[in-house]
Design a protein around this ligand. Structure first.
Ligand code: ADP
Ligand SMILES: Cc1ncc(COP(=O)(O)OP(=O)(O)O)c(N)n1
Length: 504
């Protein structure tokens, strides 16, 4: 059975609700100083889902978003002391178990579980690093296999499932589900098979319960590098939900839905240059309105990439008169755009924003002069203002008579779409050597411009956060109209020179 995360079954007769208002959840796991995985991820996940989090540390790692550099395992006796201190004093509603560094550590955890038998035990069998390296020696792997039947839920990813079953990693989803069902039946426990490691298709997981049909949950696979600690976060989230509602299907659905948005919004955290963390507390941080605008202009973005002008530019087949027309209009446009940016500088609420827009205004004049000095000398074209250029500049000048917030929204698409088109074209530019428009395309992908774009987006989001709903709507309208003018601007050479279909 395949269901969306939101449509999973509610409580079944065999599930017993714990019905605790704030569930008390203990994570027994390793420390990740970069905060994306291990106990740090567990505590954030537990808190984000409304639990009270505790942590008994099994190992200290030295790692960041690029990988694990070293592992230090404190004496197993000290882990026993941590667990004893907790169970001597605190009633637990669930335990989540993550990285267990060696067989001695696993022995301590096994003995403690047998003695105290917490109501919910979720075991994330951390055995294989993202790099594919085995994290446990053979003795520890055996000890971990023996721990599986003590868990209410075990959550292997594909490589870990293979190791638990002493078989090769399953090659596809169907084989993985079969293997996970065998594990569930053999150990008489629930298995949550995680499909994040599959290279294509949706982000799919399956809950296997002995003697029952598999329940598959899937959500779209996100194109992101923010996947560090997804397994830790997922298992801690499921443990928390299960302690609260006592229904495995519902807990899986809740945790999956929460994790999906956490993965989607991980990039907002700007942590590290490798595989970044997920945004555990996304529900506390409203999405910047600029992200919503960007999503809403998706049809415009798709339209831009389909334009004969852009396709011809990428392929190097764009007729030169169209390129010259575009450059001449760009020079005209930049002059008007510079005035709008200067006005944004004048209206800016602080000196940082004032200086930013003033620098942008000056840059436009420099680029305009440069266009005349270099390209337009070699590619002469009519200097008269075209109809699209006029409409677009008029829009910016009208916004200049409005508020700072509306003006910033109006000038934003020129930064954002230009920088985005630059990245989109960079790949095809590198395939053609020499590329007739190569030198010019390189200016599109300029890193300083990309940084300025990020800054402009942030200032627009800040402005949007300070205005009321009516003005935010005006900001959106100004942003949307400017985005449409960007599309028309790229299409203007074809329309003006009457060469429909050229550039292909
Ligand atoms: N790119 C992605 N988009 C959406 N969900 C993902 C993505 N990568 C992983 N997930 C989800 O994160 C959870 C953890 O999966 P996985 O990466 O397989 O585990 P682990 O982190 O233990 O290796 C799963 O629910 C999986 O579907
Ligand atoms: C201390 C520590 N524990 C576990 C992991 C592995 O994290 P996980 O969520 O299983 O997955 P990836 O980060 O490999 O996607 C870790 N890195 N550190």
């Amino acid at each position: 059975m395949v269901v969306s995360a939101a449509a999973l079954p509610t409580r079944t007769a065999t599930d017993s609700p714990v019905a605790t208002a704030i569930p008390r959840i203990l994570s027994i796991a390793g420390s990740d100083p970069s905060g994306g995985a291990g106990i740090q991820a567990d505590l954030k996940s537990i808190s984000a889902l409304g639990g009270y989090g505790m942590a008994a540390v099994t190992a200290l790692t030295a790692q960041n978003t690029h990988g694990v550099r070293a592992v230090h395992v404190p004496p197993a006796g000290f882990l026993r002391s941590q667990l004893q201190a907790i169970s001597d004093d605190i009633e637990l509603d669930a335990v989540k178990i993550g990285m267990l560094a060696d067989s001695q550590v696993i022995g301590v955890v096994r003995d403690w579980l047998r003695e105290h038998r917490p109501p919910v035990i979720v075991l994330d069998p951390v055995m294989v690093a993202s790099s594919g390296d085995r994290l446990l020696d053979a003795e520890a792997e055996d000890a971990l296999r023996e721990l599986v039947h003590l868990a209410d839920l075990v959550t292997p990813n594909l490589p870990e499932l293979g190791v638990l079953m002493r078989e090769a990693e399953p090659g596809d989803w169907a084989a993985a589900v079969r293997m996970a069902q065998q594990l569930a039946d053999a150990q008489q426990t629930r298995v949550l098979l995680k499909g994040g490691h599959l290279s294509a298709g949706p982000a799919r997981d399956a809950l296997l319960v002995p003697g029952e049909q598999p329940v598959v949950v899937e959500l779209p696979r996100l194109q992101t590098t923010n996947t560090h600690g997804t397994g830790c976060s997922f298992s801690a989230a499921i443990a928390t939900c299960q302690a609260r509602n006592g229904d495995w299907g519902q807990s899986l659905a809740e945790a999956k839905d929460w994790l999906h948005t956490a993965v989607a919004r991980g990039a907002e955290l700007r942590v590290g240059s490798g595989l970044g963390p997920v945004h555990h507390f996304h529900r506390w941080h409203p999405e910047p309105v600029t992200d919503d605008w960007w999503r809403r202009i998706e049809p415009i973005r798709a339209g831009i990439l389909e334009l004969p002008f852009i396709r011809g530019l990428a392929a190097g087949t764009l007729p030169e008169p169209e390129f010259s027309y575009y450059l001449a209009q760009d020079a005209r446009y930049l002059n008007g755009y510079s005035r709008a940016l200067a006005r944004a500088s004048a209206l800016a609420p602080d000196e940082r924003q004032q200086a930013f827009w003033a620098r942008g205004a000056a840059n436009c004049l420099d680029v305009e002069a440069e266009l005349h000095r270099t390209w337009l000398q070699k590619h002469p074209a009519s200097p008269l203002e075209g109809p699209v250029t006029k409409k677009y500049v008029d829009h910016l000048l009208a916004a200049s008579g409005s508020s700072y917030a509306v003006l910033v929204a109006a000038v934003l698409p020129c930064y954002w779409l230009y920088s985005w088109v630059g990245k989109e074209l960079a790949a095809s530019r590198s395939l053609i050597d020499p590329h007739p428009y190569g030198a010019w395309l390189d200016t599109y992908a300029d890193e300083d411009f990309a940084a300025a774009t990020e800054q402009a987006i942030e200032f627009a989001a800040m402005a949007a956060a300070r205005v009321d709903g009516a003005e935010r709507e005006l900001m959106w309208q100004a942003f949307q109209a400017a985005s449409e003018y960007e599309l028309e601007f790229f299409d203007a050479p074809r329309a003006a020179l009457g060469q429909a279909g050229s550039g292909r």
